[in-house]
Design a binder for this molecule. Structure first.
Ligand code: GUN
Length: 275
């Protein structure tokens, strides 16, 4: 299950919608410090936003910027009617309280979907009311594109982060899967995986997922991207391809979907906010 053609279909839809608008949505990305992965991700987000014809601004702050200054910038962007989307790239330096930062973003402009209001809307109402985190939303889109039935399936999500695992579980539940969330303290992960018809792994431990842990014919979505000497690798051992009926490659699987869904969130947020 390659991500690029699916991301392209998202961009094609967005181009159609943007052509109907009498304004150009704007995305503001905030990055603190020079974490190499964050530098690369933020650059990619801005590049794709521009390519789609959105306005995008990147705010680069020093690693040691006081939390108060970051909160002031967010408050200014919240007040600015011309700003449609705000994203603070994670992880943040240790002296900053992530919760306070995410809660400071106007939920209507929170294109990451990490504000508690959006998290609550996702769990209580499902997607469509608030803003949904980009990576799990991209996974659902990918599965539907490749004709994977989710309803009724036994799904195991490995990883319980706020960015991927938890919202992934909420979306799969909304799609009527029976969902198990496994994590670092799960006893006998293999026993859970052997029952799973759909596995979404977001751990970041290169090649830990072995073919003998899986039910033959399982659909496997590999969300991890880890930089090693061999290049970018995922959670799934290459031999998983021999037992899975469908598998996402790393790189080129979920990755392209994340940015596409971010830009979709930006256009959705702009339309909703501006009526
Ligand atoms: N860091 C890793 N993934 C993400 C993401 O989806 N959004 C933000 N803001 N930071 C991240």
């Amino acid at each position: 299950m390659k991500g690029k053609p699916v991301a392209e279909s998202v961009y094609a839809e967005l181009r159609g919608r943007l052509a109907e608008l009498n304004f150009v949505p704007s995305l503001h990305v905030i990055r603190l410090g020079e974490d190499p992965a964050s530098v690369a991700y933020v650059r990619l987000k801005a590049k794709r936003a521009k390519a789609l014809g959105l306005r995008s601004t990147v705010h680069v702050l020093d690693e040691d910027t006081p939390e108060r200054e970051l909160l002031e910038l967010i408050a200014a962007l919240n007040r600015d009617d011309d700003v449609d989307g705000i994203l603070v790239q994670l992880p943040l330096p240790a002296h900053i309280d992530v919760r306070r930062v995410l809660e400071a973003i106007d939920p209507a402009k929170d294109v990451d979907g990490f504000h508690p209001v959006n998290v609550g809307r996702l769990w209580s109402q499902g997607p469509g009311v608030g803003i949904v985190p980009c990576t799990p939303a991209g996974v659902i889109r990918l599965l539907k594109h490749y004709g994977v039935t989710i309803a009724g399936k036994r799904a195991v999500v490995v990883g319980r982060s706020n960015i991927v695992g938890k919202p992934m579980a909420a979306l799969l539940l909304y799609e009527n899967a029976t969902v198990t969330v496994a994590h670092s303290r799960t006893r006998d992960l293999a026993a859970h995986l052997r029952e799973a018809e759909l596995v979404v792994s977001a751990v970041g431990r290169p090649h830990y997922l072995k073919p003998e842990m899986l039910c033959p014919g399982a659909v496997v979505v590999d969300v991890a991207v880890v930089r090693t000497e061999e290049g970018l690798v995922g959670d799934a051992d290459p031999a998983v391809a021999d037992v899975a009926s469908k598998l996402t490659p790393v790189p080129g699987g979920v990755g392209p979907m994340t940015v596409a869904m971010l830009l979709k969130n930006t256009v959705d947020a702009a339309l909703r906010r501006r009526g």
